[in-house]
Design a binder for this molecule. Structure first.
Ligand code: 16G
Length: 240
C-alpha cells in the first residue's frame, strides 16, 4: 500500500492514506481509528512511524485523542467564506448551529497610538475592549478581542455585546460597509488554550478585521484566534 521506494517519508504516506479514507468516508467522524498495532501491520512499518503519522494528524485536527479512550476521527472543519462580510451569529445560524457568546472581559480604556491610528481616532480617546469566546452548539470556536470607539456608541453595555454586535450596530442605524482582513498562523498561548479548550500551542488562525461603515468610519478592530482544527477559510479568486 505504501511505496517504500518513494522519496516521500513513510509517515507522510500513511497520513495521506488516512486522509483519503476519511474523504472516502471509510473512516467516519466520531469513530476510533484502528489500534497502533493494527496500523503497524496494515502499513508494514514500525510503531514509531505509525505514531508520527497519527501525531501529525492530531496536530492538524483531523484526529483527536480522548484520554484513556483512544484516537478518533474529527468532524469536518467549518468552511468559512472569505468573501462575505458576515457576523459570527449569522454564520452559525446559516449552518443551523446555535451561536454562543462567552464574555470574558468588558473594559473602556484609552486607545493609545497604534490602535487609535487604525480606528481613525486620537490616542487619548477611549475605546471599548471586549473579549469574547464565540461558540457553536456550545463548543468554543474562536476567541475575539474587539476594539470599538467609545464615542461612536457610548451606550454599549455588557448585555448588548453578549448578543450579536453587528445586530446592535445596525439597530443604531449604521450601515456596515466593508472590512480589511488579514490572516496569519499562530500557536495558542496559555490564555487562548484555556478559553478555547484546546492544548497549549495548538494551531490557530489569527485574523485581524478592521470594519467600516458605508460612510467610511471604522467602527471595530477585531483580533481573533480561530481554532485551526475546526476552521478552514475559503475564497473564490478570479484571473483579472
Ligand atoms: C465575526 C467577525 C468580527 C465581528 C463579529 C460580529 C471575523 C474574522 N470576525 O466574528 O469582526 O465583530 O463577527 O459577530 O469574521 P456578532 O454580530 O455575532 O457579535
Amino acid at each position: 500500500m505504501l511505496n517504500k521506494q518513494s522519496p516521500l517519508p513513510m509517515y507522510y504516506q500513511i497520513e495521506e492514506d488516512i486522509k483519503k479514507r476519511i474523504a472516502k468516508q471509510e473512516f467516519l467522524p466520531g469513530e476510533s481509528i484502528p489500534s497502533e498495532r493494527a496500523l503497524t501491520e496494515m502499513y508494514d512499518v514500525s510503531r514509531m512511524t505509525v505514531r508520527q503519522a497519527v501525531n501529525n494528524l492530531v496536530q492538524e485536527g483531523l484526529l483527536y485523542r480522548e484520554k484513556g479512550k483512544g484516537t478518533f476521527i474529527a468532524e469536518a472543519k467549518m468552511e468559512q467564506s472569505l468573501s462575505g462580510l458576515t457576523s459570527f451569529t449569522e454564520d452559525m445560524k446559516r449552518r443551523g448551529l446555535k451561536p454562543g457568546n462567552k464574555l470574558l472581559s468588558f473594559e473602556v480604556k484609552e486607545a493609545g497610538s497604534p490602535l487609535a491610528k487604525k480606528l481613525g481616532m486620537e490616542a487619548d480617546e477611549r475605546v471599548y475592549e471586549v473579549r469574547r469566546v464565540r461558540l457553536a452548539d456550545d463548543v468554543p470556536m474562536a476567541l475575539e478581542t474587539t476594539y470599538i470607539p467609545y464615542g461612536l456608541m457610548p451606550e454599549l453595555t455588557e448585555e448588548h455585546i453578549q448578543q450579536s454586535f453587528y445586530a446592535y450596530v445596525e439597530a443604531l442605524g449604521f450601515t456596515i460597509g466593508r472590512a480589511e482582513q488579514a490572516i496569519e498562523a499562530a500557536l495558542a498561548d496559555e490564555y487562548q488554550a484555556e478559553a478555547l479548550e484546546i492544548p497549549l500551542h495548538a494551531a490557530l488562525l489569527g485574523i485581524e478585521r478592521l470594519t467600516f461603515t458605508t460612510d467610511g468610519r471604522p467602527f471595530e478592530l477585531v483580533q481573533s484566534a480561530y481554532r485551526a482544527d475546526r476552521y478552514k477559510f475559503l475564497a473564490e479568486i478570479h484571473r483579472n
